[in-house]
Design a protein around this ligand. Structure first.
Ligand code: FAD
Length: 123
C-alpha cells in the first residue's frame, strides 16, 4: 500500500471505499423512510458512475442491475453490501466474508473487547 502522502493505489482506494460503504450501512436507519431509501439508491447509483476505477465501476453497475440495492433497513443494506463485496472477493480470489459478522466487523467490534474503544464511538 502507498505512503500517506501519495495518491492511493487501487488496493488502498478499495479498502478505504469498503470501509466507508460498510460503515455507512452499519449506521443507516433501522427502518429508512421512502425519502431516505431514494437518497441511498441515488447515492449508490451516483457512486457506481464516479468510482475512479473504470473497470470496478462498470462491474458494480452490472451487479446493481442484476441485484438492485436493498435499502429498506439497516440490516438489509448491510447484507446487500456484504454480498456485493463478496462477489468482488470471489472474482479476485479473496476469502468470502461471513455476512453474519458484518455488524461485529463494522459497528460493534468483537466480543473479546479488543476493540472496546469502538463500542461507544460517535462519528
Ligand atoms: P478489501 O476487499 O478492501 O476489504 C477490506 C476489509 O473488509 C477486509 O479486511 C475485511 O475485514 C472486510 N470485508 C471483506 N469482505 C467483506 C464483505 N463481504 N462484507 C463486509 N466486510 C468485508 N479491485 C479489483 O482489482 N477489481 C475490481 O473489479 C474491483 N472492484 C471493486 C468495486 C468496488 C465497489 C470497490 C469498493 C472496490 C473494488 N476493488 C476491485 C478493490 C477490491 O475490492 C479491494 O478493496 C482491494 O483489492 C483491497 O483488498 P483487501 O484485501 O485490502 O480487502
Amino acid at each position: 500500500s502507498t505512503a500517506d502522502d501519495c495518491p492511493p493505489d487501487s488496493q488502498t482506494l478499495g479498502r478505504a471505499t469498503w470501509t466507508f460503504l460498510h460503515t455507512m450501512a452499519a449506521y443507516y436507519p433501522e427502518r429508512a423512510s421512502e425519502k431516505q431509501q431514494d437518497t441511498m439508491r441515488a447515492l449508490l447509483s451516483s457512486f457506481s458512475q464516479f468510482y475512479p476505477c473504470g473497470r470496478c465501476a462498470s462491474h458494480l453497475r452490472e451487479e446493481m442491475a442484476r441485484d438492485p440495492p436493498q435499502v429498506a433497513t439497516r440490516s438489509a443494506l448491510s447484507l446487500w453490501l456484504c454480498q456485493t463485496h463478496n462477489k468482488v472477493n470471489e472474482m479476485l480470489g479473496k476469502d468470502i466474508f461471513d455476512c453474519s459478522k458484518v455488524d461485529e466487523r463494522w459497528r460493534d467490534g468483537p466480543s473479546d473487547g479488543r476493540c472496546s474503544w469502538a463500542q461507544d464511538v460517535e462519528y
